[in-house]
Design a protein around this ligand. Structure first.
Ligand SMILES: C[S@@+](CC[C@H](N)C(=O)[O-])C[C@H]1O[C@@H](n2cnc3c(N)ncnc32)[C@H](O)[C@@H]1O
Length: 395
């Protein structure tokens, strides 16, 4: 297949599709740092920046890959028809489809997309594909089941006028059990920037890598290692946790601060997921219609669904198409040079938030974080205040 990679970022979609044997005709991303990575890693491929200035797609393109920015999703919820002028960046994809009826489109986004505007954002997108004569299927998929120790659920949607999208996205289902917490035995990833309303906690994996902020303030997770050390993994390991080679985003440093690389990695499509879709596009599998269930007319959209050309169905299927067990996180993190201990300030800040939160933590977890603070020479904040202590503090 010949791909147009829209909102290509650092090329997670494109790299996966190449590994599945496809090629790219055009890549488009507005960010100079993304451009630096894409032009270095995919030399000789036509590059465009702002999609709104792209008049049409090259004649040879038969597949669009588009992991459009999630900030833009709310527009889709509001838009009456996505071909219109004010329908945001996903609307740009439909504008380009109006100019050239590309047979297959693959879209990726965050699972929140399914509940946005009470499910209307997702319905607006699927309605638009149906109106244009596409069948579609979508599914929430977790990177973890592709052999990478990162918990990362994303919605992948395939719309096609040629292949049956259900035979691409909904043919494989190998549920993989997630390990139970085992401090001292397995590594545990979590967001040290949280701790109040949630934790972003993952056993023997890192939680979803995030894009941080667009000005490149890095937001990597912390990992409590089996030996009790508390570290922040290095960038090279985070690149590998998305399926890229270490240093894939190095070229970004020619035009931007090194920290921008963290957010580029956090917003990327995981390479092996794209590779699986690419392989299935070439060799579709068998969808079992016994998985079909009624599609809700309103409210939150189901986690997997399809449109067979006549009717929509919800689909009962899990998040692990291939069920590939990842290596232990502690073994996966090999970039020792890039690792840093979680700083005392960050550790104390995290502990302080947990003291005010009503969250429940795995037994022994908070004590392990406290030990780390003590080792760095700090004093952990006092435990949940007793009524007397609260009175004293009030006085
Ligand atoms: C969620 S990221 C996509 C990541 C990509 N799929 C990958 O694997 O790295 C969204 C991308 O859309 C790009 N973008 C935002 N506005 C754009 C525009 N007007 N034209 C082209 N790209 C744009 C951003 O720079 C960002 O890289």
């Amino acid at each position: 297949m010949r791909i147009a990679g829209l909102f290509a970022g650092i090329g997670g979609f494109e790299l996966g599709m190449h590994r599945a044997g496809h090629s790219t005709e055009l890549m488009c991303d507005v960010l100079p740092a993304a451009r630096a990575v894409l032009t270095a890693r995919f030399p000789g491929i036509e590059y465009r920046d702002d999609i709104t200035r792209l008049r049409s797609l090259p004649a040879g393109v038969d597949t669009i890959c588009a992991g459009f920015p999630c900030q833009d999703l709310s527009q889709a919820g509001k838009a009456a028809g996505l071909g219109g002028e004010r329908s945001g960046l996903i609307g740009e994809v439909f504008r380009l489809l109006s100019r050239r009826r590309v047979p297959t489109v693959i879209v990726e986004n965050v699972p929140f997309m399914l509940q946005l505007s009470g499910g209307n954002a997702m319905r607006a997108i699927t309605d638009e594909f149906e109106r244009r004569g596409y069948r579609w299927a979508y599914r929430v998929v977790d990177t973890y089941g592709f052999g990478l120790p990162q918990r990362r659920e994303r919605v992948y949607l395939v719309a096609s006028r040629e292949v049956d999208p259900a035979a691409v996205l909904l043919a494989d289902d190998r549920p993989l059990q997630r390990p139970a917490s085992a401090l001292g035995v397995l590594a545990h990833g979590f967001y040290w920037t949280e701790g109040l309303g949630g934790l972003g906690w993952a056993v023997d994996a890192v939680p979803t890598l995030k894009n941080g902020s667009t000005i490149g303030i890095p937001s990597p997770p912390a990992v409590l290692m089996p030996d009790g050390s508390l570290i922040k993994p290095g960038l090279r390991d985070l690149e590998r946790l998305q399926g890229f080679d270490a240093d894939w985003t190095q070229p970004a440093e020619t035009v931007a601060r090194a920290s921008v690389r963290w957010s580029l990695v956090g917003s990327a499509v995981s390479v092996p997921v794209a590779q699986w879709i690419g392989r299935r596009l070439e060799h579709p599998g068998c969808f079992d219609p016994a998985r079909d269930a009624p599609f809700p007319a309103s409210g939150k959209a189901p986690r997997a669904a399809r449109f067979d050309g006549r009717r929509r169905h919800a689909v009962a299927i899990g998040t692990d198409p291939l069920g590939l067990r990842p290596p232990a996180l502690a073994d996966f993190l090999t970039d020792r040079e890039g690792q840093t201990p979680l700083s005392l300030k960050a550790t104390l800040g995290f502990l302080g938030r947990t003291r005010r939160a009503k969250l429940r933590f795995a037994p022994g977890f908070i004590e392990a974080v406290e030990r780390h603070a003590l080792e760095l020479g700090g004093c952990p904040p006092p435990k949940a205040a007793s009524p007397q202590l609260e009175l004293l503090q009030a006085a």
